[in-house]
Design a protein around this ligand. Structure first.
Ligand code: SAH
Length: 500
């Protein structure tokens, strides 16, 4: 019998970096994904593109299934031979009904695996700088549901035990009954000055934290206007936030950053933004495709050993070169003794991954710098292949030719604008808009004709002077130019600027 398998995977509390490696591996191989509203898009996107995605909701308004229907769906898919990932926020067994789903699978004879996740009960406090245990403050903590109304008499929580400031209580789903829970704890003798922390959307760029005391927390939460999803931590450990606050103290915390680079390069940048506490809005304005004259590219690759130097001015150029090389049934030996220059570290790394040790990376990652360095290392009559974007600037080949070098220029790929009818709305949501090449600017203007007006009042950050020039030509103001012309350099100046 062709039985499938179901992986119950904890997605972690929100920050996509907090998914486990085992969870990522399960996602990468599934053919069906069943997920709800707590799962963040970067995690859902780890499933293969042709994987069937079934949203089972659980947020008001959206089309959703009941728990029994979800459980039945998992059993049905498993019996039908599917490889199913059931993705849940936080951990699968912490107030998540994973136990019921697993039981139904076991009873139906569907094989399953449990991949625990980092529960919001500990992660949201951690990102707020609240350790759930601390030698000075407590020796235990309780994770409790705040879903039941403690005034209704049917609550099974033992408030006599929970009313102890040395034994921390962590409530999930408590925002609806916060006042009643506080009153109950007071009734059982917990002191009014006991510290309380509420962490809303913990580990996300939208994280908000309110700290107060048992007596004041209800008012403070109302004043701050925060609701679910939130974690409520009660006990002296909350005082540590004063010393340990870190995530929401980062310079880019909470900033919404528009990423316009091509989709295949956006993921890395987005991950770095998440780590800095920022919210990436991924909106590629360009895509990379074949050049107008692929035959010329193929010809140059086939004869690459005849050149003294080969210059790569982008990672995309390296990828395109090796794609053609593969099509020709060749490998890196094709370079022979030709020496190799890369415009910057990322391009260098792309070559290094293919076993090529680059002979030259200029100190500044622009065409002018690579031209000067190449001039210093070549003589008149030397042959140079410039392998680059079709629409790149001509400063490199022209500088070399002026000094008698014999230069072939190959347009290895072409960037073209991507149509995105939602780009304007995405830009309007952003605090910071990034451009990592002149063509990303062109792609933006292609979609948003009045770019200058839409970007007024937002921080515009660009990777280097050439991109800044392209923005200027389009009438777009530029606030931040990276000092090192890489994405890392761009993040660095943005962070410095936000602290200043
Ligand atoms: N299995 C999940 C909990 C699901 S119950 C876990 O282990 O985290 C839903 C409750 O979890 C919410 O009402 C809220 O109390 C809490 N929660 C989930 N994600 C959260 C987050 N990022 N920040 C704060 N609370 C969160």
């Amino acid at each position: 019998m062709n039985r499938g398998k179901v992986w119950l995977v904890g997605a972690g509390p929100g920050d996509p970096g907090l998914l486990t490696i085992r969870g990522a591996r399960a996602l990468a191989q599934c053919d069906t994904l069943v997920y709800d509203y707590l799962a963040s898009p970067p995690i859902v996107n780890l499933a293969p593109p042709d994987c069937e995605r079934i949203y089972v909701g659980k947020k008001a308004g959206a089309h959703t299934l009941t728990q029994d229907e979800i459980t039945a769906l998992l059993v049905r898919l498993g019996l039908a031979g599917k490889k199913v990932v059931r993705l849940k926020g936080g951990d699968v067994f912490v107030f998540a009904r994973g136990g019921e789903e697993a039981r139904a699978l076991a009873e139906a004879g569907v094989p399953f695996e449990i991949v625990p996740g980092i529960t919001s009960a500990i992660a949201a406090p951690a990102y707020a700088g609240i350790p759930v245990t601390h030698r000075e403050h407590n020796t235990s903590f309780t994770i409790a549901t705040g879903h039941e109304d403690p005034t209704k008499g049917y609550s099974s929580l033992d408030f006599a035990k929970l009313a102890n400031r040395k034994a921390t209580t962590i409530f999930l789903m408590a925002m609806g009954h916060l006042a009643a829970i506080v009153a109950k704890l007071r009734e059982y003798g917990l002191e009014g000055d006991t510290p309380v922390g509420v962490v809303h959307e913990g580990t996300k760029p939208s994280q908000r934290v309110v700290t107060a005391t048992l007596d004041t927390i209800v008012d403070e939460v109302e004043r701050a206007g925060i609701g679910a999803p939130a974690i409520v931590v009660i006990g002296d450990v909350v005082r540590e936030r004063e010393h340990l606050r870190w995530f929401d103290a980062q310079p880019l915390f909470g900033k919404r950053v528009l990423v316009t680079r091509p989709a295949h390069q956006a993921d890395d940048f987005a991950a770095q933004l998440w780590e800095a506490g920022a919210e990436p809005i991924v909106a590629p304005t360009i895509a990379v495709g074949p050049p107008d004259n692929p035959a010329a590219a193929r010809e140059a690759v086939a004869r690459v050993r005849e050149y003294d130097w080969v210059a790569f001015t982008s990672r995309n150029g390296v990828d395109a070169f090796f794609d053609v090389l593969g099509e020709l049934g060749r490998d890196a030996r094709a370079f022979g003794d030709a020496r190799i220059a890369a415009i910057g570290p990322k391009t260098g790394q792309a070559l290094a991954r293919r076993g090529i040790r680059v002979d030259l990376i200029p100190a500044e990652f622009v065409n002018e710098a690579i031209a000067a360095e190449l001039l210093a290392r070549t003589a008149a009559g030397d042959r140079v292949l410039v392998y680059r974007a079709q629409e790149a600037r001509d400063v490199l080949p022209e500088t070399l030719r002026e000094q008698g070098r014999v230069v072939d220029v190959v347009g290895a790929y072409r960037t073209r604008p991507v149509d995105d009818p939602e780009l304007r709305a995405k830009a309007e949501r952003a605090d910071i808009v990034t451009f990592t090449s002149a063509s990303t600017v062109a792609g933006f203007v292609h979609n948003v004709a009045d770019a200058a007006a839409v970007l007024a009042g937002r921080t515009v950050a660009v990777i280097g002077p050439v991109t800044a020039g392209a923005a200027g030509d389009a009438g777009i103001h530029v606030d931040v130019v990276a000092e090192e012309f890489t994405v890392d350099g761009l993040l660095r100046v943005l962070a410095e600027r936000s602290t200043a």
